[in-house]
Design a protein around this ligand. Structure first.
Ligand SMILES: [Zn+2]
Length: 244
């Protein structure tokens, strides 16, 4: 914990560190971590679970045709299942998935995971972390990912955790995988409008559970002014320093 305070105290980096067994906050360097803010693609797993609950816990296959198709990536991701879609955080896949998710389906999920609900006038894109109509407090989000892991044996959850493992191996969270020498991690990244001073166009977010096989910690990181995949480099450095 001291290593984080010593080496990652810059204003551009915010972090929360939780004990994965107890959920207790071990370290916090995040101003107003209880205040709801947009967290970008970190919401995708919960929208996916709302979809799954209404569809017999079967996830669809969609084809991403790139930016023309509403993805953040110019080059198409191609045909994706839920595991790959979580791994590369494909907006095109989740746009399609979110089209059929209603607030009646989402509410039980936000309640179960103790997350704030989106505003009443939310749209499909808000459910995949675009815009600012679904704000969640960072500390609740970190705990929701821990709860997600605890529910690993429940229907629809295994696929999401497999996507987070793949994210750290070769998806948007690959920088975490590269940084860890002795273990793997479960990672989800996100990019959202910046909500703190000084203003930047966007902030990168990462939630990482490590080690992947039996998580001991949950690390949530926000890096000012970068995308989620870039923020994963910072999260990777933090986790590798704690691994030593
Ligand atoms: Zn895509």
């Amino acid at each position: 914990m001291q290593v984080l305070e010593r080496e990652f105290s810059a204003d551009s980096v915010s972090y929360l560190l939780l004990d994965a067994n107890s959920g207790v906050l071990l370290a916090s360097h995040w101003e107003n971590s209880g205040k709801p803010i947009p967290l970008g693609s970190l919401v995708k797993p919960f929208t996916a679970l709302a979809y799954a609950g209404a569809h017999d816990f079967r996830y669809p296959i969609y084809e991403c045709r790139g930016q023309a198709n509403g993805c953040w990536q110019v080059r198409p991701h191609g045909k994706l299942d839920i595991v790959s879609a979580i791994s590369v955080s494909c907006n095109s896949y989740f746009r399609s998935l979110a089209e059929s998710v209603t607030s009646e389906q989402l509410l039980p999920v936000t309640r179960t995971f103790d997350l704030e609900s989106p505003e009443a006038n939310f749209t499909g894109p808000n459910l995949i972390g675009l815009g600012e109509r679904w704000k969640i407090s960072p500390v609740r989000m970190a705990r929701a990912y821990l709860e997600l892991y605890r529910r690993r044996d429940q229907p629809g959850v295994q696929e999401i955790l497999a996507g987070m493992l793949q994210s750290a191996q070769r998806g948007t969270g690959a920088a975490v995988g590269h940084a860890l020498k002795h273990s793997e991690a479960l990672v989800k990244t996100g990019t959202a409008p910046c909500t703190h001073a000084p203003h930047a166009p966007g902030d990168g977010f990462v939630v990482a559970l490590a080690p992947a096989q039996a998580p001991e910690i949950v690390l949530m990181v926000r890096v000012h002014g970068v995308a989620g995949a870039k923020a994963a480099e910072t999260a990777g450095r933090m986790l590798s320093r704690m691994e030593e």
